[in-house]
Write a protein that binds this ligand. Structure first.
Ligand code: NAD
Ligand code: ZN
Ligand code: ZN
Length: 344
């Protein structure tokens, strides 16, 4: 089958032919219907050889949708042809975190060498995808796989961050979304669907700010040196009760800290390498800062349920598998508005 692989440190990914996978006991083989292109892959492909955590070549794609092609021995509860999406942050399935469905925080994944598809294990940018366990599949019958596949990461990750901030997002409150790309433009929609907060979106690109307004942001602010002052002004000096940073670089984490309200919450979701000093006087009183990773299995079911109501619509642009390297190039250059999705 054809697959998009990251093969050499620092080189662009390539479309190659690899053996067709076959499901072993307990595994499920999917015929891939859609695979999302995440900025995290670009970060992975920028890491140096020293300390690189995955084996190469690596088939990319940690957002996957497909139809069940074949079931390994002992798999029940699924039928050939079922339309599903893949829960990506695989865990051991039995530790205390996995027992809660929080396989993203599995206590044993590292020790057992368990990696998500596309991030250590062969991913979804291929004609077929091997899934380790039926519990990592969520049915999406009736939903469009292209529009739905980004919900497995670009939806699930902000869903988790927004859900934990909800107690602060009472009527009259403000939420700030920094970076309205793949994850951020979904975050804006989740905030509108799940809270009464006023949503202020920040980005460096006017095109992305236009998308943020289209999907429900009340206000948009260019992410520059004046941004903090503008957000403070828009909130009558109070700042935002919740701030979601989908860039996570030094300038954006500083902005996040400077626009937070007293007792506010900051989620640093982007992996841009910035860090925010916390300590008495460094931030407004009692601000909480967290850096979440992906979300739980239950939360993926919830965000797909929300999409079924029509409350969340991911803006997508599609690419064939042969065009997948171009999708990464465009994402790297900031030219993707919404989420790029590869349809093999
Ligand atoms: P994306 O490229 O689609 O979106 C990033 C957006 O940020 C773009 O719209 C870009 O214009 C904007 N931006 C860049 N610099 C900015 C600045 N200084 N101020 C404001 N906006 C700025 O990327 P994505 O796929 O949505 O991923 C977003 C980030 O989240 C990445 O760092 C990615 O690696 C990370 N991520 C983290 C998790 C997690 O579990 N923590 C999961 C998925 C992605
Ligand atoms: Zn991702
Ligand atoms: Zn576990």
């Amino acid at each position: 089958m054809k697959a998009l692989q990251y093969r050499r440190i620092g080189a662009p990914p390539e479309v190659v032919t690899v053996p067709d996978p076959e499901p072993g006991p307990g595994q499920v083989l999917l015929k891939v219907t859609a695979a999302g292109v995440c900025h995290s892959d670009i970060a992975v492909m920028s890491w140096p050889a020293e300390g690189f955590p995955y084996e190469l070549p690596l088939t990319l794609g940690h957002e996957g949708a497909g139809t069940v092609e074949a079931l390994g021995a002992g798999v029940s509860g699924l039928n050939e042809g079922d339309a599903v999406v893949v829960y990506g942050p695989w865990g051991c399935g039995t530790c205390a975190k996995c027992a809660e469905g929080k396989e993203n925080y599995c206590l044993r994944a590292a020790e057992l060498g368990i990696f998500p598809p596309g991030l250590g294990t062969p991913g979804a940018m291929a004609e077929y995808l091997l899934v380790d366990d039926a519990r990592h599949l969520v049915p999406i019958d009736g939903l469009d796989p292209v529009a739905t596949v980004p919900l497995t990461d670009a939806g699930l990750t902000p869903y988790h961050a927004v859900k934990r901030a909800l107690p602060r997002l009472v009527p009259g409150s403000t939420a700030v979304v920094i970076g309205t790309g793949g994850l951020g433009h979904v975050a804006v929609q989740l905030l509108r669907a799940m809270s009464a907060a006023r949503v202020i979106a920040l980005d460096v690109s006017e095109e992305k700010l236009a998308l943020a307004r289209t999907v429900g942001a009340h206000e948009t602010v260019l992410s520059d040196a004046q941004a903090v002052g503008k957000v403070r002004e828009l909130t009558g000096g109070t700042g935002a009760q919740a701030v979601f940073d989908f860039v996570g670089a030094e300038p954006t984490v500083r902005t996040a800290g400077a626009v937070a309200a007293v007792e506010g919450e900051i989620s640093i979701v982007g992996i841009g390498g910035g860090s925010l000093p916390v300590g008495f006087g460094a931030l407004p009183f009692e601000v909480s800062v967290n850096a979440p990773y992906w979300g739980s299995r239950g939360e993926l079911i919830e965000v797909i349920g929300l999409a079924r109501t029509g409350a969340v619509a991911v803006h997508t642009e599609t690419y064939s598998l042969d065009e997948a390297p171009l999708a990464y190039e465009r994402l790297h250059a900031g030219q993707v508005n919404g989420r790029a999705v590869v349809v093999p």
